[in-house]
Design a protein around this ligand. Sequence first.
Ligand SMILES: *Cc1c(COP(=O)(O)O)cnc(C)c1O
Length: 419
Amino acid sequence: MDHFELRNGELHAEDVSLAAIARDVGTPVYVYSRATLTRHAKVFREALSALPKVHIAFAVKSNPNLAVLRLLASQGYGADVVSEGEMNRALAAGIPAEDVVFSGVGKTHAELTAAVRAGIGQFNLESEEEGVELAEIAASLGKTATCALRVNPNVDAKTHAKISTGKAENKFGVAYDLAADIYERLSALPGLHMRGLAVHIGSQISDLEPSRQAFGKMGVLMAAIRERGLSVTHMDLGGGLGVPYKAGEQLPTPADYGAMVAEATKGWDVTLMFEPGRVITGNSGVLVTEVVRVKQGVGHPWVVVDAAMNDLARPAMYDAWHDFAAVKPTGETMVANIVGPICESSDTFAMAREIDAVKAGDLAAFRTAGAYGATMANTYNSRALVPEVMVDGDRWAVVANRIEPAAILAAEQVPEWLD
Ligand SMILES: *Cc1c(COP(=O)(O)O)cnc(C)c1O
């Protein structure tokens, strides 16, 4: 459920017309709905309410906008971060350091040091090597780093290959069969407090069985580690729950997920940690774009929009589907290819799609663009970095400025020896 609806024949975000935002800010522009974000945060928490002890850390990479983080902080969400930059965003948004989980396979020495200094709540170690390095850093600073060991359960999440993270051939975590030994060795290091295990098998998960299987394996591993006399008080089950991208598509709900988790983790006696990203932010945002022109094709017409793969990379990267809706639909439809202006063929949003009929100058929105949208934007083809807006009832604000190509050009220089 979201708050992007037609009112008087015009697509609105809550009480604000997308056309009004486009007129003031220009296009392309991301628009987030505060009510939708809040609702998703509550629904996800509610879905876990039957579990004894829960910590939710929002996956910042899905939407790191400062205003989004502030809103989630006010909902009691912690943060799952994967770089020092994300850590600093989470802290700047007011998320307490102890509620931050630092994930990622390539945390640098500098990042680990900064995170220990900041008092980050949990490091999800992705290798024994990282644990040894972190132990030295923490000990040298006279601190103790609280850690979980990320395990690769060798389970196929049955999602797109580029966002599948829990198979043996993926780079993430330590091998399942080695995990207990590594946990034991890391537990002996001064500077580390090993308190649990972490698992995250992928993103846009649409079938709960692989997660159930992975959590089952984690339960077995947890018991084996406890057998060795070591303590496991926290189990981080990651994120990954998918969202519907096509109108009418049925996916497991947060409640289905919560029920599965309750079953899979029965009797664990731990604090369960979660790292949802997409399920919170996905449906909370749209990308508003203007049709540049409609070009005759050999087959279907090409609807060329002013948004491109640099603004919304998911179709080009993951063959992802985003519903496309006219801001002022006429009721007519057309079958068309939707493309951006970038000079490569991967800049394609849809082929042979039945859509609202549009013409040059019309506004349209790519739906479900709140997750892995603006966060993945870049300036390819010397385009602007796309701006972001948040709506709250009948008011709205720019929450990230458009960064013009001129500003990026200004950060470049030609060495004098070139002349
Ligand atoms: C990306 C990521 C998440 C969030 O995934 P979603 O599919 O957006 O829920 C959670 N944890 C880790 C470690 C991740 O890398």
